[in-house]
Design a protein around this ligand. Structure first.
Ligand code: HEM
Length: 447
């Protein structure tokens, strides 16, 4: 994009190029759902800003790190959540994911203290214990599906940190089975963006509604156990007061709990599954990280203070987050915004693919190589802002960032200090892309 602002009354009709593969009504829905990561990776070849039609809705995808940083961080106040947030409102109600403006800021202020350093320090002991229980339950020679095991573990950790309780198996099953359905169908709705389709009594819509109803029923039951005097996230939400001293309504607490539960378990479980896959595929990395864990932690439980003494483990986690982040994110302008010399009026949908920018060779050398040492301080210095955003940035950045990093490192170190996981030959991952990138079943033999 050249410099010099050009005012665009109808940006959809003027000089921003349109991605190939557009069809009437459905727009790029089919091209996007068929090509997935390849579709978003290919956008940069058409320019720094490329128009994609999600159904009838034009979305302007920015493809350079500089513009992504502008959208997320430097002009964060000019952007609200976009169409994806709208589509997920059925799931998250008025939780953080789907709200904007003053209401959003108030909620965020009330919730953020629960994610400060000190409370997270307390949760690490529980994370280590939960991971040790799982690893100790595996017998040598047993084959485990690591994807499923890590999703389950992430839910156990979310349950214990949110509610101080062990979810009954039935609760876990409902959440584990229905969460991916809600997210997948929510993303499909955003991509096809045809409201009429959403109201038809077709199986996908019935499945979406059923998933939401089951998760809400379970969360309502669990949230009813809220007490102010416990040391968990739910109690922190119940204790929280706004600037007028008002607590959150019961319904609002429920919406935030669903948001934290979904946001906090599906993502971490998935990242952990990819982490064990990558370690098994790179024995040299596995040896280095295991040696670091043995030296720093030995066989005792991993403590919060250990995390700073595990720099290689942190680099491995950072590299897994680079390779397997969210597929894409959407924002919506709430005022006129100039991006790359083009002016966009309020209400314009802006998107970018986290996966694409994390694999863009302009920013990441040999992007398809799994190389934790690219995160060595002396090498990372040259990386432009916006080129690595696994937790987003700015106003809407992930509040669970430090919680997630602690969980990923603690679980990795705990499992590695006890067991070695060897992939069953001939069963490579079969990635599924919804909003997240799932590895699919990962059978591994325990040693
Ligand atoms: C590997 C783990 C995780 C990753 C990669 C991740 C990534 C992200 C990203 C990219 C966003 C911004 C999405 C957008 O704006 O469209 C986000 C938002 C969010 N995340 Fe996370 N997250 C992780 C773990 C967690 C955990 C552990 C929690 C809570 C316990 C959490 C809670 C949330 C919430 C509530 C939001 C919405 C924030 C807002 O809109 O203000 N996440 N996360």
């Amino acid at each position: 994009m050249n410099a010099g602002s050009k005012s665009l009354r109808h940006p959809a009709e003027r000089e921003v190029p349109t991605a190939p593969g557009r069809l009437p009504v459905i727009g790029h829905g089919i091209a996007m759902l068929r090509g997935k990561l390849a579709f978003t990776a290919g956008l940069a070849a058409h320019g720094d800003i490329v128009r994609v039609h999600l159904g009838t809705l034009p979305v302007y995808f920015v493809t350079s790190a500089e513009l992504i940083d502008q959208v997320l961080a430097t002009e964060t106040d000019k952007f609200d959540k976009g169409a994806l947030g709208d589509k997920l409102r059925d799931v998250f109600g008025n939780g953080l994911v789907s709200t904007n403006g003053d209401f959003y800021r108030r909620q965020r202020r009330m919730i953020q203290p629960a994610f400060h350093r000190r409370p997270i320090g307390r949760y690490t002991a529980m994370m280590a214990e939960s991971a040790a229980e799982l690893a100790d339950s595996w017998r040598s020679g047993q084959v485990v599906d690591v994807e499923r095991a890590m999703q389950d573990l992430a839910l156990v950790i979310a349950g214990r940190s949110l509610f101080s309780l062990d979810f009954a198996r039935e609760v876990r099953d409902v959440i584990r089975d229905e969460m991916p359905v809600m997210l997948r169908l929510g993303v499909v709705r955003a991509i096809t963006s045809t409201p009429l389709l959403e109201r038809l009594p077709i199986p996908a819509n019935r499945r979406f509604d059923r998933a939401i109803a089951r998760v809400h029923a379970v969360v309502d039951r669990v949230a009813a156990s809220a007490r102010e005097d416990r040391d968990d996230l739910l109690s922190a939400l119940v204790r929280a007061r706004d600037e007028n001293g008002e607590p959150m309504s019961r319904e609002q607490v429920r919406d935030e709990v669903v948001t934290l539960l979904v946001g906090g378990s599906e993502t971490t479980g998935n990242t952990l599954a990819w982490l064990f896959h990558e370690l098994a595929a790179h024995p040299d990395v596995l040896d280095r990280v295991t040696a670091e864990v043995e030296e720093v932690v030995g066989t005792r439980p991993v403590a919060f203070e250990d995390l700073n003494a595990l720099p290689y483990t942190r680099r491995v986690v950072s590299e897994v987050l680079r390779r397997y982040p969210l597929w894409f994110m959407l924002r919506r302008t709430n005022t006129t915004v100039s991006l790359g010399g083009v002016e966009f009026p309020p209400g314009t949908e802006i998107g970018f693919s986290t996966h694409a920018v994390h694999h863009d060779p302009r920013y990441h050398r040999d992007p398809d190589v799994f190389d934790p040492d690219r995160w060595l301080p002396e090498r990372v210095g040259a990386l432009p802002r916006g080129a690595y955003v696994p937790f987003a940035a700015g106003l809407h950045h992930c509040p669970g960032h430090f919680f997630a990093m602690a969980e990923l490192m603690v679980v990795a170190a705990t499992v590695l200090s006890r067991r070695r996981l060897v992939p069953v030959p001939g069963r490579p991952p079969r990635p599924r892309v919804t909003g997240l990138i799932y590895p699919g079943p990962l059978p591994m033999t325990v040693h």
